[in-house]
Design a protein around this ligand. Structure first.
Ligand code: GDP
Length: 540
């Protein structure tokens, strides 16, 4: 045991004070949005702001931008979607910001769900022309179910869009989240002039530089000058601000933290408008990490010995490092590279010699981390999403539930000679929770069933088996659409039923009954009224 661990167990020790102080300056959040709302652009803008990277594009590897060298990200590049999540840590003012990336595509909602289990706040990014879109709504529901406070950023204000008040109204009416604008735009979307601070009335003008540069420069202009320059817009904005004051849309901290109200900011990620204001809001308003409840519902104090939750496992992130990385969100104590933690699921020790931070292709060794920080653990083959690691004082955090799969397919090795590679690959992808793996005696080990929340997960599996494991496969879709958790006895009891099959999930040993449709499921339930058919959280 290291001295730091024993220090951490003595109340009032220097380590305790440091943990508490460092935790207070952490802000750990993710951006949730519908694809194309501008999440990658915003992430880059935030990172540029914090001067972590020096050119746009070094963060994400979408087509036309430089940066990502991961081979299996080729697929996302080709498809223009973001499959994997990464973590960006940077300093801003006196805070340490941990920004967790989430995949935008709905087929990877499980992955996003896991990421949202590791954050303390979320930024809901809206396209000013589109407002709330389906994927935003879905992700919002996840945030709400987890009680994650949300800051709203209305993006693309530099181009034609909807009215600000109309967008706020939509947020309130559709999802029942009370908007509390912190800034107010001068000029309609597309004719954007600047931002008015609601509490102080201070006005910041944004001007785009000539010569095609996309970044705008900001300068504070006094109210009289701008009122004379833009009388119509100014008057309009004042009227709207008056209206907002009347309806009492002022900032309410309790409403924000309890997930009932959302601070709203306007801007343009592409032009770097309102991005610093967003960071300021996160620093000033978003909650720092709080003690996390364990499986028994007791909070693990922040200054308790080191503990953390694995929320994501990913392999093949980079050609140069063909390995597997488990992402650990620190929940208590001080993490120090090299410390030996216990894997709560198995009771086995886990050495953290290879602790790294990862963003895209960039990796750095992490020497220490505090609650709210994310540590990448290399070659952590035994770790799965939802697992707890702890030092000294045992703890287990609630696992992250698996979503209800809605797409099913039998997978087989194309070439019998590659069966060994196939089996290894399937096992690993199952461990990473890329997809759920179901088996039954009837089907045998050679032909497991893949169960996915979204069909793109099948593409990830087949691509990775081929490229990483050199095991080409065939995939045959099955006609099932619904899965329910059942007791093991259902394997025999339902054996003769048509359009129904019971399989065992490799990750947790749970039995899943698959049905072709709800109608069929209802009939079978009527035949077996005492049998438990338990729904899982819906991913779509
Ligand atoms: P993501 O799918 O949410 O990650 O979205 P991207 O960041 O890739 O952005 C989608 C498109 O919207 C890209 O063409 C961006 O250049 C564009 N975009 C993002 N933010 C803004 C913005 O503030 N203004 C304008 N005009 N375009 C933007």
């Amino acid at each position: 045991m290291s001295t730091t661990e024993s220090d951490a167990r003595q109340p009032g020790s220097a380590t305790d004070a440091r943990v508490v102080g460092e935790t207070a300056r952490r802000r750990t959040f993710a951006v949730i949005s519908h694809p194309d709302a501008g999440k990658s652009t915003l992430t880059e803008a935030l990172a540029l702001h914090a001067e972590v990277i020096d050119s746009a594009g070094a963060v994400h590897g979408k087509s036309g931008r430089k940066g990502v060298t991961s081979d299996w990200m080729e697929m996302e590049r080709a498809r223009g979607i973001s499959v994997s999540s990464a973590v960006l840590q940077f300093a801003y003012r006196d805070c340490v910001i941990n920004l967790l990336d989430t995949p935008g595509h709905g087929d990877f909602s499980e992955d996003t769900y896991r990421v949202l289990a590791a954050v303390d706040a979320a930024v809901m990014l809206l396209d000013a022309a589109k407002g709330l879109e389906p994927q935003t709504l879905k992700l919002f529901d996840v945030c709400r179910s987890r009680g994650v406070p949300i800051v709203t950023f209305v993006n693309k204000w530099d181009r034609p869009g909807r009215e600000a008040l109309e967008l706020l109204d939509e947020v309130e009416q559709t999802i029942g989240l009370r908007p509390m604008p912190l800034t107010w735009p001068l000029g309609i979307a597309g004719q954007f002039k600047g931002l008015i601070e609601r509490t102080t009335g201070e006005y910041t003008a944004f001007t785009r530089a000539a010569g095609g540069a996309t970044k705008a420069t900001a300068h504070v202009v006094d109210a009289e000058t701008i009122a004379a320059q833009e009388p119509e817009y100014w008057q309009n904005a004042q009227d709207e601000l008056g209206l907002l004051d009347e309806i009492g849309a002022g900032f309410d901290e309790e409403g924000f933290r309890s997930g009932k109200a959302t601070p709203v900011l306007f801007g343009s990620a592409l032009s770097n408008i309102g991005v610093a204001r967003l960071l300021d809001s996160l620093v000033d308003l978003a909650p720092p990490p709080a003690p996390r409840p364990d499986v028994k519902g007791d909070d693990r104090p922040l200054e308790a010995p080191t503990s953390g939750l694995i929320f994501k496992v990913q392999a093949g992130m980079d050609k140069a490092h063909r390995d597997r990385m488990a992402f650990l969100r620190i929940c208590s104590g001080r993490f120090e590279r090299g410390m030996v933690l216990t894997h709560a699921a198995t009771g086995k020790p886990f050495a953290t010699k290879y602790a790294q931070s990862v963003f895209g292709a960039e990796r750095k060794t992490v020497e220490e981390a505090f609650p709210g920080d994310i540590v990448g653990l290399v070659n952590a083959t035994a770790l799965r999403p939802g697992d707890t690691l702890y030092a000294a004082d045992p703890v287990e955090f609630p696992s992250i539930p698996a979503f209800a799969p809605e797409h099913f397919a039998v997978i087989r090795a194309k070439d019998a000679g590659k069966y060994k590679q196939f089996r290894k690959g399937i096992e690993q992808l199952g461990n990473e929770a890329v997809i759920q793996i179901l088996r039954s005696d009837l089907r045998g080990d050679q032909a497991p069933v893949l169960a996915a929340v979204g069909p793109l997960q099948f593409d990830v599996v087949t691509t990775r088996l081929e490229t990483e494991f050199n095991a080409p496969v065939t995939l045959d879709r099955l006609p099932y659409q619904i899965a329910r958790l059942v007791d093991p006895e259902a394997v025999e009891a339902l054996a003769g039923q048509s359009e129904c099959e019971v399989l065992r999930r490799a990750s947790d040993g749970e039995h899943l009954a698959l049905f072709t449709n709800k109608w069929r499921m209802d009939i079978i339930q009527r035949k077996f009224p005492d049998m438990r058919f338990e729904a899982m959280p819906a991913g779509s």
